[in-house]
Design a protein around this ligand. Structure first.
Ligand code: FES
Length: 91
């Protein structure tokens, strides 16, 4: 059972397991950026859309939430046609 738990992927894009994230938190990561730098979780195709909240929850459960620093993130980008920009379309 414990072996199965280690193979739970928190970040599917970068194939980062729960165990890897728990280890970097034990090693002192206190921010999403810290976890990201050490594991590359959140740097995949979805840019953390799927895993960011899971990692934030793991951080919050591991420490006093007041110690957790807020992080910045950039949403995934998509190509935009220049005429859409010129017209000011939001979608
Ligand atoms: S699931 Fe982590 S970057 Fe996509």
């Amino acid at each position: 059972m414990a072996e199965q738990d280690e193979q739970v992927y928190i970040c599917r894009c970068e194939e980062v397991t729960r165990e890897e994230i728990e280890q970097v938190i034990r090693d002192g990561a206190i921010t999403l950026a810290g976890v990201k730098k050490r594991t590359h979780a959140g740097m995949g195709l979805c840019q953390g859309r799927t895993c960011r909240r899971l990692i934030a929850n793991m951080l919050a459960c591991s420490r006093d939430p007041a110690q957790i620093l807020p992080s910045t993130f950039r949403p995934p980008v998509r190509t935009v046609r220049i005429d859409e920009i010129a017209q000011g379309d939001e979608e």
